[in-house]
Design a protein around this ligand. Sequence first.
Ligand code: PLP
Length: 413
Amino acid sequence: MSAPTLPANAGSSPDSAGHYGRYGGRFVPEALVAALDELDLAYRTALTDESFQAEFGTMLREYANIPSLLYRAERLSAEVGARILLKREDLNHTGAHKIRNVLGQALLTKRMGKPRVIAETGAGQHGVATATAAAYLDLECVVYMGEVDTQRQALNVARMRMLGATVVPVTSGSRTLKDAMNEAMRDWVANVDRTHYIIGSTAGPHPFPAMVRDFVRGIGVEARQQSLDLDGKLPDAVAACVGGGSNALGIFHAFVPDDDVRLYGFEAGGDGVETGRHAASITGGSSGVLHGARTYVLQDEDGQTRESHSISAGLDYPGVGPEHAWLHDIGRARYAPVTDAEAMSAFQLLCRTEGIIPAIESAHALAGTLKIIPALTAELGRKPTILVNLSGRGDKDVHTAGEYFGILDGEQA
Ligand SMILES: Cc1ncc(COP(=O)(O)O)c(C=O)c1O
């Protein structure tokens, strides 16, 4: 594999204004600039503040069951002709990688002296994680969720309410994640003095993409060390699904300087990129501005954001974090779409071979991995070892998957 040319900031940070090459930055109303500056300062201070790092580390370890396991999926490996290692983020408290970011931002909220947090959520995982952190740290919590997602992720709506959060169904636009994010931004503008907006992915205006990445990058730091402990060497490739991009950057970031480790991000191809019904912003989009940052966006000729589609609520987003846009353009990570059907087939495979029900988002990572095995085997001349981020568990998706496979009885269907 040829070594890509990386700018000096590779593997660390964007420039001081939040740019990754031509992506990122801050495109926000005047009213939010002071709040973003305050957040940037709090986050930078926290990065080097030993007491913050110690408290964050204790919360991850003692509350969230982190570090997560690295698991050798042997039956799956035998079936697919590659050695598959799964980073078990599904075993974290609340069932996904999202808890890492949320605990970090909730702790920052406390440090900034704000009593209220708001969040947007698609699959509900980020909403549940935020409601959990708010209960744990005694913060008021409001979660915005597209009405369509409140229906396909009803279980997570109930979980958030049990945890004491207010869930607001958003009825504008496509009634999915991007609309929830718009509503949350409106709330933030109106209540910025006493509210922190916990964005759930490596998206949004600076400093969110860098800050969220830094809170989740432990995934890759752990997995890198776990791989070395297990095999005495690094995996040939690392794979993850890409919605806004947090679980992918979380696992990629520590490997970016390792030129021999290939990085693969799998986007939601929905019904197929050629049908227009998909959420593959890098493969099927173009450069534009969404939710405060320049990045790849699904948009029409007038720059209006197009509706996205994916069977997976957490990947159903018409943009992607700016660091991914940059990693794509410089060729350090490769991105490809995975259709709903391919993801569901991988979902079933993991259930049957390993007794693990994955989140449908994570099933995209596995499906994409299956597609790259033949080429990677040919390139290496041997069986590849591929580290896959199992970003979450499938409890929230049981109804969607049950319907998809036609295995629900009578009135449940
Ligand atoms: C389990 C899981 N994986 C992946 C994602 C996609 O988000 P991101 O791309 O930020 O990791 C989500 C979003 O809700 C999720 O719940």
